[in-house]
Structures are given as C-alpha cells and as structure tokens.
Design a protein around this ligand. Sequence first.
Ligand SMILES: Cc1cc2nc3c(=O)[nH]c(=O)nc-3n(C[C@H](O)[C@H](O)[C@H](O)COP(=O)(O)O)c2cc1C
Ligand code: SF4
Ligand code: SF4
Length: 265
Amino acid sequence: MNITAMCFSPNGNTKKIVCTIAKSINENFKIIDFTLPQIRENEYKFSSKDLIVIGVPVYAGRVPNVLLKFLDKIKGEDSLCVPVVVYGNRNYDDALIELKTILENNGFCAIAGGAFVAQHAFSKILAKNRPDSEDLAKANDFGKQIADKLNTSHKFKSVKVNGFTPIREYYKPRDRAGNFINILKVKPKTKTELCDNCGICANACPMGSISKENPSEIKGICIKCCACEKKCPTGAKYFDDEGYLYHKTELELEYTRRAEPEIFI
Ligand SMILES: Cc1cc2nc3c(=O)[nH]c(=O)nc-3n(C[C@H](O)[C@H](O)[C@H](O)COP(=O)(O)O)c2cc1C
Ligand code: SF4
Ligand code: SF4
C-alpha cells in the first residue's frame, strides 16, 4: 500500500496528528498539505494500491465548508482512507461522519477514523499545547492498529464512526443574552504601527485573503483560522469584534474538561 497523508492545517496541529498516524503505518509516507489555496486548485486521483490518511480541523462542528469543493476533487478507485478530524476541546459533532461520507462517495472505503484534540485556534488557554505527548502516543498507536488491519485483512468494510445522519446544522455561537450570532463577516485588524510588512501573514492565509501590498487589507473571506494572528512575529494582528471575543471566552469557561481522542477501527 502507498500511504499518503493529506491535511488542511492553518495552525499545524492537524498536520502533526495526521503525519504521526501515517508515519506509524509506514515510515515512507507521502504528504499533500492542502492548506494554501493554490494547492486546492489541483485534483488528486488514487488507485486500489493507495491509502490516504486525511485530516481537517473541525469548524462549527463540521468539515470547514470552504473545503467542500476541493474535497470533492479527491477521487479514489477502490482506494482506502482514514478520515481524521481535529477539534478544539468543545466537540467534533458531525465532522467525522461528514468527512467519511464525502470520501466514500468518491471511491474510498474508510477502514478507520479518528477524532483528535488540539489547542483551539481562537484561544491561548483552551486545550493549550495539545496535541501533547499523550495525544501523539495515541495517534501513533492508532497508526499501528491500522497497519495490523492492513496486514491481516484483504476485504475491508466501511468503519462506523460517531455522528448523526442526516448531518446536523453548523454549530452556532451565541451572544451574552443567549441569542445566536453570526461571525462570518468578522476579520482580523492590524496595528499598523507594529506591522513591518514582512508578508508572513499574507503567505500563511489559507484563503489568500490578505493583501501582500497592504497586510492591513483583508480582500477576501476570513474563516477565523487565526493563522495570521498566531504567526505574526510582532503581534500586529488582532480581533476586536465583541461577539467573537465573547464566544471565545464562553468556550474557555465552558469546556475546561480534557476531551480525549476517539478512534474507530
Ligand atoms: C472557525 C473555527 C471554528 C471552530 N469550531 C470548533 C468546533 O465546533 N468545535 C471544536 O471543538 N473546535 C472548534 N474549533 C477549533 C479547531 O478545531 C482547532 O483550532 C483546530 O483543530 C486547529 O487545527 P489546526 O492547528 O490544524 O489549524 C474551531 C476553530 C475555528 C477557527
Ligand atoms: S485573514 Fe482570516 S482566514 Fe486569513 S489567516 Fe487571518 S484569520 Fe485566517
Ligand atoms: S505578519 Fe504581522 S508584521 Fe508581518 S505583514 Fe503581517 S501583520 Fe505585518
């Protein structure tokens, strides 16, 4: 079997988990990182000799909707897959079953699946420093179990994973009064006095939305991945939208328990 790790990972955590799993199946795995928009223009075809370990972060309890068009361009032909979702300690809701269904509708059989935990992109404290060594040990062990399955079976059945069918609505944040809010249009701001035009944020934006000429300008849509804020070396990028900041605080207060990875095999 050829093993390929595929991921969307603005802050690098999904990539860490997917690569740990793939490496544990076979050290000689290939990697396709589709975080940047130019990579998502490609189409990918796999054969019956391929297994892909494919990971996306959970956004609003689902597969990030900006990825749906690209994911539909990953085609298998009797190929195997391991869908993996990575979430920020709240819940992965229907993201795993959604990713599995997309892949199985395109010629793959999911022989295993997993939901892992990473530091929430919005927060400096929610699931801080995860995935940690325990998470990575679980990812490594999951890879070994997949390798055993590959070595001991010839016919594979689709694995059952948690989630609802039909898939539920996207998770919606609320304001202080408990009313649903829409943060779709929220974008980061820039402290221009701190910005030295280094270009790091524009090169990191998975939507290609930050102007290279003027990094304060967000030309396209913002998915609130927070990569620009986290990667800016001078701390120039920030969010000041009240609803967004309240949502972040509410998550930090409500989801203090340690969510553990769940695997299905
Ligand atoms: C727009 C957005 C929505 C998110 N929604 C959820 C969610 O519904 N549940 C959850 O537990 N974490 C949620 N998260 C946290 C991400 O799943 C977490 O930050 C992600 O795993 C980071 O992946 P990366 O490091 O590969 O970018 C959300 C993050 C963002 C940016
Ligand atoms: S502008 Fe939005 S989408 Fe682009 S890196 Fe920043 S937070 Fe992510
Ligand atoms: S990463 Fe920070 S300093 Fe560099 S261009 Fe972007 S906002 Fe400016």
